[in-house]
Write a protein that binds this ligand. Structure first.
Ligand code: MF3
Ligand code: CO
Ligand code: CO
Length: 259
């Protein structure tokens, strides 16, 4: 979601979920993980991003679920497909994936009124070492953010953990888009920025459910929205990678709901 308050959401506005509610979100999340793997099997040179969208939409409908992004602020598709220098919100099209592309698929599953949000960057065929290292770092950035998602830590602790990974590879971290709370709607408080300092921002509490979804770029993380009104791309043209999990903060620490 778009970031504008540096995560300083008032803690009292953040929904706290019961164990039963978290179990329902986990059911949506498991289905999201299954769809993500099915999409991964189909991502090869020669497939059009629109074919992935059609597959995802049908996959969810056949299982009594739906793609919550469809119709969200008028967004017309089930999934986002961000190729290479597109950092997020890429629209599926007739574009055929080529050997060496990096494609991020991002989607939200709704099942029985509960939502789960996940994104994954897949290599198309054989990618360059530079792209592979960026992808690995984006995955590590998400995982180290998830390790901070525990009661008593702050939203800024997540951003600081992401920053430690991005700094190592001299990658950019896109600051205009961040994670978010999620539940019965896609974007709920708190905002979860991935640029920020440790021990700042809202304190995390048991029962909060948030997404961790940092976007790393080669070169500058400055971005703009293209003329289609959705696709966000890097100004310099450097490629991007992003992984996203929906995570519950429990007495046992962070629990990934989209495995
Ligand atoms: N899934 C995205 C997120 O991580 C939201 C996509 S917005 C859409 O927050 F409109 F493109 F669906
Ligand atoms: Co998402
Ligand atoms: Co999200």
């Amino acid at each position: 979601m778009e970031s504008n308050d540096n995560g300083r959401t008032r803690a009292s506005r953040i929904p706290i979920r019961t164990e039963d509610e978290i179990r329902r979100m986990a059911a949506a999340g498991r289905l999201a993980g299954q769809l993500r793997r099915e999409l991964g099997k189909r991502i090869k040179p020669g497939i059009a991003t629109m074919e992935l969208d059609r597959f995802a939409d049908n996959y969810l409908i056949e299982r009594g679920a739906s793609a919550a992004q469809k119709g969200y602020y008028g967004y017309p598709y089930a999934i986002c497909t961000a190729v290479n220098e597109c950092v997020c919100h890429g629209m599926p099209s007739g574009r055929v994936l080529q050997n060496g592309d990096l494609v991020t698929v991002d989607f939200v599953v709704e099942l029985d009124g509960w939502l789960a949000d996940t994104a994954w960057t897949f290599p198309v065929g054989r990618i360059t070492n530079e792209a592979r290292e960026l992808r690995n770092s984006a995955y590590l950035a998400m995982m180290s953010g998830i390790l901070q998602a525990r009661a008593g830590r702050t939203i800024g602790d997540i951003a600081a953990a992401v920053g430690r990974i991005s700094d190592k590879g001299s990658y950019g971290v896109v600051s205009q888009f961040g994670g978010h709370g999620i539940g019965r709607s896609m974007h709920e408080p708190p905002e979860v920025p991935f640029v920020g300092a440790a021990r700042t921002g809202t304190r995390l509490k048991q029962g909060m459910v948030i997404t961790i979804e940092p976007i790393l770029t080669i070169g500058s993380p400055e971005v703009y929205i293209t003329e289609d009104g959705w696709s966000v791309v890097t100004v310099e043209g450097g490629i991007a990678a992003q992984f996203e999990h929906t995570v519950a903060i429990t007495s046992e620490g962070a629990v990934v709901l989209t495995p």
